[in-house]
Design a protein. Structure first.
Length: 323
């Protein structure tokens, strides 16, 4: 059965049925009114709402022959929830626009919706509404909402010389998985699955805010590229230390087999959605946070004091394709 058989409202009914997923730890949802009316109503206890949006296009961000619809749902939600976490906020809700070909199987849309709901539920959030429309290209637009819980937002503009640069999460895994898939392979599964479905350290965002992080960002486009946004906004130089990055055995072996420098994946590969933040030098890092460099006077991003000379600096939405 395809979307042409169910029609828009039949699809919406099927999708909504799959959005009720038990929340992690039995956490409450801020959704006061969900799908089914002209708009959703979401509680905003702080009085401020953190909001972001992201678009995934088939052929540029995902391929149906590489990823299951469940994986795509998790990935679409994670890309937005990570941005909320990077502001030091707690995610509360997702709004989803699904633009799909009429011949898309209904089962694909149903499983995709379940992936969205599961990822949102893992952080105590929910899919609160959205829209569907026919389109020749499968396109997914997600808007995420979050609550600052009376904390100041952690922006890109507060890093100061002498601050510690720290990382929470994995780097290079998704890029390694992409390279493996693009060469026609399907293993090692650990790396391939990292591309299909990122593991985001959501809780680290709130912890960073509580520890007094001076700046923070989600590394969706690659460490050097995204660290560069902090450097520019803060008017400083971020100096990364290559020795601080672990090189997992499977990544090292895969890089050797494919003839790739694994540090290209770590320093320039995107889609892992790790968090990078800067902290005052006297802060004791905790939880998932670990030091990877130091903020200095100057501009841009350096690795061991020198500019990274690779041609690749990170993901560029107008130059890079998945397929």
């Amino acid at each position: 059965m395809t979307l042409a058989h169910t029609g828009e409202f039949g699809l919406i009914e099927r999708v909504v049925e799959r959005l009720s997923v038990p929340l992690a730890g039995g956490a409450g949802v801020d959704m006061l009114l969900g799908p089914g009316d002209d708009a959703a109503v979401v509680r905003a206890p702080d009085g401020r709402v953190v909001a972001c949006t992201d678009v995934l296009v088939e052929g540029r961000h995902f391929r149906r022959d590489w990823s299951s619809p469940l994986d795509v749902g998790h990935r679409a939600a994670a890309a937005n929830l990570a941005d909320i976490a990077a502001m030091g906020a707690r995610p509360t809700g997702l709004l989803v626009g699904l633009c799909a070909p009429k011949d898309l199987p209904v089962a694909w849309a149903e499983e995709f919706s379940l992936g969205l709901a599961e990822e949102a539920a893992s952080v105590g959030a929910a899919v609160v509404g959205g829209d569907t429309v026919a389109s020749p290209v499968l396109t997914i637009a997600v808007t995420a909402l979050g609550d600052l819980e009376n904390r100041a937002p952690v922006t890109r503009a507060g890093a100061r010389p002498g601050d510690i640069i720290a990382l929470a999460g994995r780097l290079g895994w998704a890029a390694a998985g992409y390279t493996i898939l693009s060469r026609g392979f399907r293993s090692p599964g650990l790396l391939v699955n990292a591309f299909r479905r990122p593991e985001v350290p959501y809780a680290a965002g709130i912890l960073a805010a509580q520890l007094g992080a001076t700046s923070m960002i989600d590394t969706s486009d690659g460490l050097i590229a995204d660290a560069g946004h902090i450097a520019k906004a803060s008017g400083v130089r971020l100096d990364l230390r290559r020795s601080y990055f672990e090189l997992p055995t499977q990544m090292a072996d895969s890089a050797n087999a494919l003839g790739v420098d694994p540090y290209e994946w770590i320093l320039t590969g995107g889609e892992d959605h790790a968090l990078v933040a800067t902290f005052p030098p006297d802060v004791m890092l905790g939880g998932a946070w670990r030091e990877i460099g130091v903020v200095r006077e100057g501009e841009g991003v350096t690795v061991d004091g020198a500019k990274w000379t690779s041609a690749a600096a990170g993901w560029d939405h107008f130059r890079t394709d998945v397929g």
